[in-house]
Design a binder for this molecule. Structure first.
Ligand code: CO
Length: 142
């Protein structure tokens, strides 16, 4: 049921500051421009690596879930990890049938596909995101 590890989500107080060590220490140049995702209360950018991505997420707007995380970890830290699935509704039904707690109804995530989050209590304290694998077509411009 579970596909590739897509990204590791890192909560940060400021994306512009957070990308610096990836550029300056690691020399990575393939980093996306920050974008807001108001529905989820986050601003995000992806550091692109050959094997996957680091997703930097910053609070956006009022009541951002990232704000609470940063109150506990003011310098930022690992927030979640994300695996790809073929069908988010089938994945939700499956993990719930196994007794895991899904925190939200499927909604559009940072990659433009549907995502759900699984409660950290089910994975040794790690928040898990599941996202539908983006379907690329001939018409894709990115
Ligand atoms: Co994510």
């Amino acid at each position: 049921m579970i596909g590739p590890l897509n990204h590791i989500g890192i909560a940060v107080p400021c994306i512009e500051e957070a990308v610096k060590p990836y550029r300056e220490i690691f020399g990575i140049t393939d980093i996306t421009e920050p974008k807001a995702l108001p529905a989820q209360g986050v601003r995000f950018a992806f550091v692109n690596l050959p094997t996957g991505q680091v997703e930097l997420i910053e609070p956006y707007g009022d009541n951002s879930p990232i704000e609470k995380f940063l109150q506990k970890f003011p310098k930022g830290g690992q927030h979640h990890m994300c695996f790809e699935v073929e069908d988010i509704y089938a994945a939700k039904a499956h993990v719930e049938a196994q007794g895991a707690t899904v925190l939200n109804e499927p909604r559009i995530g940072a990659h433009g596909t549907l995502v759900i989050f699984i409660h950290p209590k089910n994975f040794s304290g790690t928040l898990i995101e599941l996202m539908e694998t983006p379907k690329h077509t001939e018409c894709d411009k990115d």
